[in-house]
Design a protein around this ligand. Structure first.
Ligand code: EPZ
Length: 417
């Protein structure tokens, strides 16, 4: 039976919590391991459901994966079966789209279904298809499967119409094994992109400019295996900081990279939160919260993945805050349940809402619709006095490792049943 979280909220939290490795960085390195026949050794990998899914997807393609210890994985793609990607898994995992790039570059072909992930908007894949075409690939769509072929990809100039994280990552991988030079413009600058490029370069790729909108890749004939230490999960760190502020708690967040969250620190300070930022830690002190406006933006702007947790914080702040979600068109739908918990939310259009606070949230039985909104409900349940239940916690387990155990250590009353 599906497990659920039972939460007794309304209590202050206190203590230290450690941030795990970033799932959205590790997933891409699992996919990148297909570019080489050597072994890729990953460490600081979060033990979350999305990592289990990508491992299954790769094993299905003949890739060998071992899990020698907690947080460590060895991936060896010495042989790859030329079979379509497992539809059941790929249709549930958005990161599977990145694997299309490495499979295409390594084997000259890839067959896959439309990728899945969170229900936060349309999630098209036109950028990937256009990108592969620009490198000389041909594309067919038949019986629910895309089939992409290219004997040898060829370097080209490609401009992203929309800034895309996985789109940029896919083009980094594809172009690394292409013939000649690729120039990418309007690239995503997220730390996960830069981290992937650093890893690929350590395996012999020639990528310059990752972390900026302009990237140049000089294709190479082959890549060797390598090692990757997963960067800290900036979204998890930000979520913990928002949780601490929303519950007016004093929490020390450790093992994080504060530099990756400068836009959040700005917004939190404007909202009256007192922060002590260290080299790899952030301490949040409880203060009187006041409403602020936030607008999600590509990195280094305010991350869309923190929009839902931040909305919960606004329910606890004095005044009215406008939230403008600019990246995904379906990412404010989860607020209906937050309204049922007593939040005072005014919907302007699919991209903009206002929240008037402070309100006393009411405990409730809630369904977790997706990863980040699920986590936002968890924060709301910790703010609300009384017993709340969160169902469908698979969605939360996709991206947060054993969250209930870690939150219990800082005083949260939360059980998995
Ligand atoms: C990545 O998704 C993350 N997922 C998301 O995290 C994150 O919310 C998002 O980046 C934005 O930061 C992974 O890394 C696996 P995009 P991605 O392509 O790459 C449009 C989480 O909770 N677009 O940067 O899929 C798209 O609709 C997840 O961990 C096209 O139009 O997002 C969106 O409006 C959720 N055509 C915009 O680009 C395409 O072909 C940016 O999305 C692709 C995207």
């Amino acid at each position: 039976m599906e497990s659920k979280f039972v939460i007794n909220g309304g209590k202050k939290l206190k203590g230290e919590i450690k941030v795990k490795g970033a799932k959205n960085a590790a997933l891409k390195v699992f996919a990148a391991a297909v570019l080489t026949s050597g072994t890729v050794r990953l460490s600081n990998v979060p033990e979350v459901e999305d990592i289990v899914r990508i491992s299954e997807l790769l094993k299905d393609l003949g890739v060998k994966i071992s899990h020698p210890k907690y947080g460590e994985y060895h991936v060896t793609a010495s042989k790859i079966k030329k079979v379509p990607m497992n539809s059941d898994i790929a249709s549930k995992l958005r990161a599977s789209i990145v694997l299309t790039a490495s499979l295409l570059a390594r084997t000259g072909q890839v067959k896959f279904p439309h990728p899945g992930g969170c229900v936060i908007g349309e999630r098209p894949i036109d950028i990937f298809l256009d990108g592969y075409k620009s490198l000389g690939a041909t594309i067919n769509y038949q019986n629910g499967l895309y089939e992409i072929r290219a004997k040898k990809l060829t370097g080209a100039k490609f401009v992203f119409n929309t800034v895309s994280v996985t789109g940029t990552e896919a083009m980094l991988m594809a172009a690394s094994l292409a013939k000649g030079k690729t120039i990418l413009k309007n690239c995503a600058c997220e730390p996960e992109v830069e981290s992937l490029a650093n890893f690929l370069n350590s395996c012999g790729a020639k990528i310059q400019g990752a972390g900026t909108p302009f990237i140049t890749i000089e294709g190479v004939d082959s890549l060797k295996g390598g090692e990757y230490e997963t960067i800290p999960d900036r979204i998890e760190a930000g979520t913990f900081a928002i949780l601490a502020a929303a519950t007016k708690s004093n929490v020390l967040i450790k093992n994080c990279e504060p530099e990756h969250l400068d836009s959040l620190w700005n917004v939190l300070r404007n909202a009256g939160v007192n922060l002590k930022i260290g080299k790899d830690s952030v301490e949040v002190f409880p203060l009187r919260l006041k409403a602020v406006n936030v607008k999600t933006h590509e990195y280094p702007g305010f991350p869309t993945d923190l929009q839902a947790p931040f909305c919960v914080l606004l329910t606890q702040a004095e005044g009215q805050g406008l939230v403008h979600e600019t990246i995904f068109e379906g990412r404010l739908l989860w607020l209906d349940d937050l309204k049922r918990m007593g939040a005072n939310v005014l919907t302007h259009d699919p991209h903009r809402i206002s929240i008037q606070g402070p309100t006393k949230l009411r405990s409730r039985d809630i369904e977790s619709p997706d990863l980040r909104a699920g986590m936002a409900y968890l924060i709301a349940a910790l703010c609300a006095k009384g017993k709340s239940t969160i169902n469908n916690v698979y969605q939360i387990d996709r991206g947060y490792e054993k969250i209930e155990e870690r939150l219990r250590k800082i005083g949260a009353d939360i059980k998995r049943i």
